[in-house]
Design a protein around this ligand. Structure first.
Ligand code: ADP
Length: 250
């Protein structure tokens, strides 16, 4: 469970998160919002990379500000862009992750073998990470976040760059993780994907939670037929789009 309580984050005079409260139970929770709405800031606070200006976050009951190491132990984090050691190979990186996560050697080997096969990256695991494509780096980043079997997953645009097969495999894995009782928070701009995988979604706009519920609930409340239209309506972008297109036409 992730409990976000009255969270504020400012960067100088810029308010990035404004009194945000969200609870993620054992579910897949989709975090939606236009660029600059505060999604990455929130995710970085959840995993202890950034400190909130005010408010608190509990991950499985553990206060991130008070015990960040414990939170790191139980959480898997996939950042928006892969942050990896370019001069290591994936194989070396997985060994390193295994060591710092204290994963027994046999278990690590089995997991790495299973994941590299599932994600189709066997051919790349002895090459330098810096030489790999964005998609392959993203797969390496995801595997690194899963190896210690975390109870909580914080996924910032984690499907970016994945080919269709891997995206499907990862999606099915998330369903399995949910069945095991893991809590998953997942940001995406791909609204049809959010519609398929999320039990509930929260829409943040200018650092505030402006809507929350199941996709069905939100569609009903907004009188719209799909999540994309709900999202555009909520973020006041819908009318704008027609004006912009009109202005572009000769
Ligand atoms: P999102 O992930 O939804 O695109 P971000 O969390 O990256 O949003 O950004 C939220 C707001 O905070 C934006 O206005 C962004 O410009 C600002 N911001 C993010 N990181 C920093 C930073 N390190 N310093 C100053 N402003 C930042």
């Amino acid at each position: 469970m992730i409990e976000i309580r009255e969270l504020y984050k400012t960067y100088g005079s810029k308010i990035a998160l404004n009194n945000l409260s969200i609870t993620v139970n054992d579910e897949i929770y989709g975090l939606l919002g236009p660029n600059g709405s505060g999604k990455t800031t929130l995710m970085k606070i959840l995993v202890g990379i950034l400190k909130p200006t005010k408010g608190k976050v509990l991950v499985e009951g553990v206060d991130v500000s008070k015990n960040p190491l414990k939170v790191k132990e139980i959480t898997g984090y996939v950042p928006e862009t892969p942050i990896l050691y370019e001069s290591l190979t994936p194989s070396e990186l997985f060994d390193f992750v295994g060591k710092i996560r204290s994963i027994p050697k046999g278990e690590l080997e089995e997991k790495v073998n299973n994941y590299i096969k599932a994600f189709g990256i066997e051919a790349y695991i002895e090459q330098f990470i810096g030489a790999l494509s964005f998609g392959t780096q993203q797969k390496v980043s995801i595997i690194s976040a899963l190896l210690h079997n975390p109870r909580v997953l914080v996924l910032d645009e984690a499907m970016n760059g994945l080919d269709a097969k891997t995206a499907r495999i990862f999606r099915e894995l998330l369903f399995e993780f949910k069945k095991e009782g893991k809590s998953i928070i997942f940001s995406t701009h791909v609204l049809p994907l959010a519609e398929i995988i999320c039990d509930r979604v929260g829409v943040i706009y200018q650092g505030k939670l402006i809507a929350e519920g199941s996709v069905e609930e939100l569609k009903e409340e907004a009188h719209e037929r799909n999540l994309e239209d709900v999202f555009l309506k909520l973020t006041e972008s819908k009318e704008d789009i027609y004006e912009i297109i009109h202005a572009l036409r000769p």
